[in-house]
Design a protein around this ligand. Structure first.
Ligand SMILES: NC(=O)C1=CN([C@@H]2O[C@H](COP(=O)(O)OP(=O)(O)OC[C@H]3O[C@@H](n4cnc5c(N)ncnc54)[C@H](O)[C@@H]3O)[C@@H](O)[C@H]2O)[C@@H](O)CC1
Ligand SMILES: [K+]
Length: 513
């Protein structure tokens, strides 16, 4: 599990260490890790970068101090290091250490405190690696001047360079929304982010995540002082523990039964795809409820699907259903109400999202994309649109979970899952090739199967804050993403191929357990 903590939590965890360690000890540890990554990048870049300098971009806080100490290590290794001071108050001890190690220091603000763009451009051009120590977790809001101007000038320069430098961010790319994952203004995009003590939420959710590059977490001993994470990301090992692995005494009813209300004469394929997602994930049985024509189509593909109602451990509702079709809408509403009354978990996708009552249960998962989430909240009196959600998916997933009392799985290039009790997860396991019709139906099926298999643990109030439900939703996103990547193999993929790749993904995850 990758655990991410907000700036305040990291600061609080640092406090006892700062009191007990020597002056700047933590900063030097952080700086050493930054220097190590810079050397790794230079080695990787090889001859192309030989003879180039390392440019330190230094702001006025400890983030700039980290960069200066890192520059000192690199200068002692014989590298040409230049520090561009973008502040009139650099960290004094770190600056002295950098100077005495041989770092060349340049002031890049004029007397009025504005960036000297030409001087910056010359330094930027000469450097193969930029170390971004402008701001870290001490920054509040979007970058202000002069740093906003410094970042804008550097981004302009980079765009004009034939051979882009490698940017190594200290702790977080400067300007990025550390806690909320937003991009509130100019951000210096990084290739590598060396983050101290623990990951930060903004490094794991979009749109900020896309500017952080490869994230390296440096252990500076904060572990015992950190509490509950603000956000987590499941790894393969975590998901393996959540997956259905039958035992010898199991039979189809003990393994979990999923009720599926999906597909319509307009979108019959959605039923096939959701059923495929569920069956390929592995469960005892799928019971299907839908129009005869759709049932026939499901049966052609999957004769093992049982038609008609009966006892189920979870429901998957809504894929390929038109909420304007009154009879089907009624069926979804009735089924959902019974599930809520009986404490049976459910995943609500597509057409079911607009049919949900105001309040749901923590074992109900809403699975919208950004536009659907905006409509869901708008229908509950909030004035919001798709662009708002895409700019702040973490905040909107949390808000929707709090507003509905359900777990919200917000689909996107990174999936954000928020539970009403506060658990938040993010998964980025897929491939852009997954953005194709029908893959959402497969995801609903995968998640439905996981809910059904773990139905006993979720039944009637057993997951009151939605924490387990949210983990299962994140696990479904990981399985779906990996299946997509596996089926695509770097090229196009269809939804049914994604479902067909699921057993291989499940087997690989279980084998590594
Ligand atoms: N506290 C510690 O002991 C450790 C901190 N570490 C480093 O210290 C950083 C935090 O240091 P600080 O708390 O000094 O803060 P930062 O260095 O992140 O930022 C503070 C500086 O940014 C300026 N600033 C704040 N908001 C701004 C904005 N919106 N636009 C422009 N400038 C802005 C402030 O005036 C100040 O100069 C971490 O990110 C990490 O890099 C590491 O060295 C590990 C140990
Ligand atoms: K930074």
């Amino acid at each position: 599990m990758i655990r991410a903590y907000e700036a305040e939590a990291v600061r609080a965890a640092e406090a006892p260490l700062l009191a007990s360690t020597a002056t700047d000890e933590l900063m030097k540890q952080a700086a050493f890790a930054v220097a190590t990554e810079v050397l790794r990048e230079l080695r990787r870049l090889g001859a192309r970068r030989s003879g180039s300098t390392v440019l330190l971009l230094v702001g006025g806080g400890n983030n700039g101090g980290d960069a200066l100490y890192a520059g000192g290590y690199l200068a002692r290794r014989g590298l040409q290091v230049v520090a561009a001071l973008c502040t009139d108050r650099p960290h004094e001890r770190a600056l002295a250490a950098a100077r005495s190690a041989g770092v060349h220091v340049r002031e890049v603000l004029d007397d009025a405190g504005r960036p000297r763009r030409e001087e910056l451009a010359v330094l930027a051009d000469r450097a193969g690696v930029w170390v971004d120590g402008l701001t870290g977790i001490g920054a509040r809001g979007g970058l202000r001047e002069p740093l906003a101007g410094v970042v804008a000038a550097l981004e302009d320069r980079r765009a004009a360079m034939p051979d882009e430098p490698t940017v190594v961010a200290v702790d977080v790319p400067s300007g990025l929304g550390t806690d909320d994952g937003t991009v509130p203004g100019p951000v210096l995009r990084a290739d590598v982010t060396v983050t101290m003590g623990a990951a930060k939420p903004g490094l794991l959710v979009r749109p900020a995540e896309a500017l952080a590059g490869r994230v390296v977490v440096v252990d500076i001993g904060l572990g015992p002082h950190l509490g509950e994470p603000a956000l987590s990301r499941l790894t393969a090992a975590d998901v393996a523990d959540l997956l259905p692995a039958p035992v010898a005494t199991d039979h189809k009813y003990t393994r979990g039964v999923l009720g599926l209300v999906a597909g319509s004469t307009t979108y019959p394929g959605a039923a096939v795809l959701a059923a495929a997602g569920a069956l390929r994930t592995g469960l005892g049985m799928v019971r299907y409820l839908g129009p005869d024509a759709v049932t026939r189509l499901v049966h052609e593909r999957f004769p093992e699907v049982v038609v008609g109602s009966g006892r189920v451990q979870a429901w998957a509702l809504g894929s390929g259903i038109d909420p304007a079709d009154d009879a089907r809408a009624e069926e979804v509403r009735d089924t959902l109400q019974r599930a809520l009354d009986d404490g049976v978990p459910a995943v609500l996708d597509a057409g079911a999202l607009s049919l949900a009552p105001d309040r749901l249960a923590p074992t109900t998962v809403l699975a919208p994309h950004a536009g659907e989430l905006a409509r869901l909240l708008s229908a509950r009196g909030e004035d919001t649109d798709r662009a708002d959600v895409e700019a702040a998916p973490l905040a909107f997933a949390r808000r929707a979970a709090a507003r509905t009392g359900a777990v919200v799985l917000l689909k996107g290039p990174t999936t954000v899952v928020a539970a009403p009790g506060g658990t938040v997860l993010s998964q980025a396991d897929g491939t852009p090739w997954l953005a194709t019709a029908g893959t959402g139906d497969v995801l609903a099926g995968i998640l439905g199967a996981l809910l059904a298999v773990r139905g006993e643990d979720l039944a009637a109030g057993r997951d009151p804050d939605g924490a387990l439900t949210a983990e299962l939703a994140a696990a479904a996103a990981l399985v779906h993403g990996r299946a997509g990547a596996r089926a695509a193999g770097g090229g196009p993929v269809t939804a049914l191929q994604v479902a067909d790749a699921v057993p291989g993904v499940v087997a690989a995850l279980l084998a590594d357990r």
